[in-house]
Write a protein that binds this ligand. Structure first.
Ligand code: KG4
Ligand code: ZN
Length: 345
């Protein structure tokens, strides 16, 4: 079964064709990072306009690269929630149009579910029951899955998402957007034990990341002997490259520690065979290394290939395949609902 997966929920315009949920025939991602970097974050209006330009060529190229025509496509899957409303609108409009014109079964797909299913690409088959840490720019959740297409949110963030925290700390340190890759690069030259940052005390399996961001800010102000009223954008000019590397490494190590501690606690509460990372932050090498070190003796550990950790169309196609296998009926493309916020998978 060939599924065309389309993704446009944030700042990547992406289309891919995946066979039987795991074999990638083509995978195209056009990133807008260079456009948004100038502003230090994603500008929704610019994102939507860029999707309009890219969506047609990206879908066409995905078919060309797979050496298929639209007649070879058995189903179309598209991200319909959550995301930036203008961005979602463009991908879903393109997907609906193609589905209607060619009479192809149509499957709206949840973005976070797709991130989890990136772990089934490249031939992996994680064993159930499993815990998935969905860690992206907009979300931080621990999901428990007893079988395919069955999602129970057992932990979530009470404020900032972990990726958002990477992005905000990077901004304070004067590192370029997106903050995750910049922090992990800077951290390779730093000492993770140089600054002691607090682990937030949050009950059960929930997270809080806004305090960690503020702790970085206060520690920098203290290190530079500046008053706490000094705005964050004034700090970077006083920081040496050496200090930036140490702050990046100390922050990253603390964020990783918070996540691993919660996953440990989750494995004590739920019988678990596999542990998965999903979402943009799962590209973080320090996190991958620490996850393997912490769980390799007790659980199977999975994370997507780095290029499949961030937004792409292949994961959308994979998620839809397993929904179809679980008996999900196609949606009428005329009836589609999109939603910027959603917690239901
Ligand atoms: O999943 P994604 O591409 O988009 C959303 O659904 O949000 O995730 C983007 C997030 C950004 O916050 C980015 O800074 C973070 O993933 N990210 C990373 C790394 N690569 C991307 N965070 C930490 N380390 C990385 N290597
Ligand atoms: Zn994402």
């Amino acid at each position: 079964m060939n599924i065309l997966g389309i993704e446009s929920s944030c700042d990547e315009t992406a289309a891919a064709i995946v066979q039987n949920g795991s074999q990638i025939l083509s995978n195209l991602v056009v990133s807008q990072i260079d456009i948004h970097a100038a502003y230090g974050g994603v500008i929704p209006e610019i994102a939507a306009r860029s999707h309009i330009e890219a969506i047609g060529p990206v879908i066409r190229q995905a078919l060309l690269n797979a050496e298929l025509t639209i007649k070879d496509i058995d189903a179309i899957a598209v991200t319909h929630t959550p995301g930036l409303i203008g961005s979602l609108l463009i991908g879903t409009l393109a997907a609906r149009t193609i589905a209607i014109i060619n009479n192809i079964p149509f499957y709206p797909t949840h973005h976070l579910k797709s991130h989890i299913y990136a772990n089934w690409l490249s031939g992996h088959q994680p064993a159930f029951p499993l815990l998935a840490a969905v860690i992206s720019g907009g979300h931080t959740q621990i999901i428990y899955m007893e079988h395919h297409n069955n999602f129970k949110i057992v932990g979530t963030t009470r404020d900032d998402a972990i990726g958002e925290c990477f992005d905000k700390v990077a901004k304070i340190l004067g590192l370029p957007y997106p903050g995750g890759p910049s922090i992990s690069k800077a951290a390779t030259k730093g000492n993770p034990a140089r600054y002691k940052l607090p682990i937030p005390k949050v009950d059960n399996l929930d997270f809080s990341f806004s305090g960690l961001k503020t702790a970085v800010l206060r520690t920098i102000q203290k290190e530079l002997s500046l008053p706490i009223t000094t705005p964050s954008y004034e700090l970077q000019e006083h920081l040496s490259e050496y200090q930036i590397a140490n702050f990046a490494a100390s922050f990253q190590a603390t964020a990783v520690k918070i996540l691993i501690q919660k996953l440990k606690k989750a494995t004590e509460l739920f019988p678990t065979k596999s542990i998965l990372l999903a979402g943009g932050v799962s590209a973080n090498q320090a996190l991958r290394t620490e996850l393997e070190r912490s769980f390799n003796n007790t659980h199977q550990v999975f994370f997507p290939e780095p290029k499949l950790s961030t937004d792409n169309g292949a994961m959308v196609a994979s998620a839809a395949y397993y929904s179809i296998q679980a008996g999900e009926e196609p949606t009428d493309p005329y009836e589609l609902d999109i939603s910027p916020r959603s917690v239901i998978y």
